[in-house]
Design a protein around this ligand. Sequence first.
Ligand code: NAG
Ligand code: NAG
Ligand code: NAG
Ligand code: NAG
Ligand code: NAG
Length: 215
Amino acid sequence: MRTKFFLGILGLLISATHNSVGGVEKSAHEIYEIRTTWDNQTVSTDDIVRLEFSSADNGLVIDISAPFYNDPKPSGNPGRQPGLWNYEVVEAFFLGPNNKYLELEFGPWGHYLALYLEGVHNVTNYDIPISHYTTSHSTTSSTWTGRAIIPSRFFPPGVNSFNAYSIHGVGKDRTYMSLFPVGFNTSANPDFHRLDRFQPINLSNFINVTTPMNP
Ligand SMILES: *[C@@H]1O[C@H](CO)[C@@H](O)[C@H](O)[C@H]1NC(C)=O
Ligand SMILES: *[C@@H]1O[C@H](CO)[C@@H](O)[C@H](O)[C@H]1NC(C)=O
Ligand SMILES: *[C@@H]1O[C@H](CO)[C@@H](O)[C@H](O)[C@H]1NC(C)=O
Ligand SMILES: *[C@@H]1O[C@H](CO)[C@@H](O)[C@H](O)[C@H]1NC(C)=O
Ligand SMILES: *[C@@H]1O[C@H](CO)[C@@H](O)[C@H](O)[C@H]1NC(C)=O
């Protein structure tokens, strides 16, 4: 079981608890890299998206480091952006028992979207507020970074698996990437709600969902 778990986490580079950096106790963090399309085609190294999870007071810190494609920008101000999945975006989904899951989406311009679902594609809250999301990039640089802090109470109780995604490009160049892909399939369309593809994660180094909002 443990072997299978680690084989599944091909994208996991570092899983460290309390490693000492320059004498300063650095808290736990995990790094994942999205290296495949949604249907398991290897992407160019220029397209790799990196996510790092660590801990804040009562929340999960998500640090994103991604290529910047400068796709068309959402017209809305930074902040909550309905339909963010139609733009350049990095996503992470966290799943608990009974198919309850949190869907998080982040754009390079400071837009986000956070949804809660109960059952596949069954959104029960379209409007979870994320008060901390900041980004950094310039139109001349080829990468962007983002940092979100997601309060523990927004996660499904018993959260135990996840997947992460990235979308970029316009029209025929639109590219859908997954950390944990489905098998190569020329006839299917990308679907990020394939909960059967999610892989285990133990978030208790970062958060404990003691008082879930059950949004
Ligand atoms: C969608 O969620 C609602 C609210 O929890 C629930 O009543 C309903 O059964 C769910 N539908 C599906 C198809 O899961
Ligand atoms: C994805 O491809 C790799 C080899 O390139 C293979 O080992 C792995 O099993 C594939 N995953 C799926 C879900 O098909
Ligand atoms: C490919 O996708 C189609 C349409 O969703 C599905 O019917 C078929 O079973 C899939 N094939 C494989 C090998 O997963
Ligand atoms: C998750 O990690 C915590 C702290 O390291 C540990 O106590 C717990 O047993 C782990 N849970 C699972 C399901 O592995
Ligand atoms: C969560 O609970 C586990 C088990 O009690 C504990 O080991 C861990 O340190 C806690 N994590 C946080 C972030 O408080």
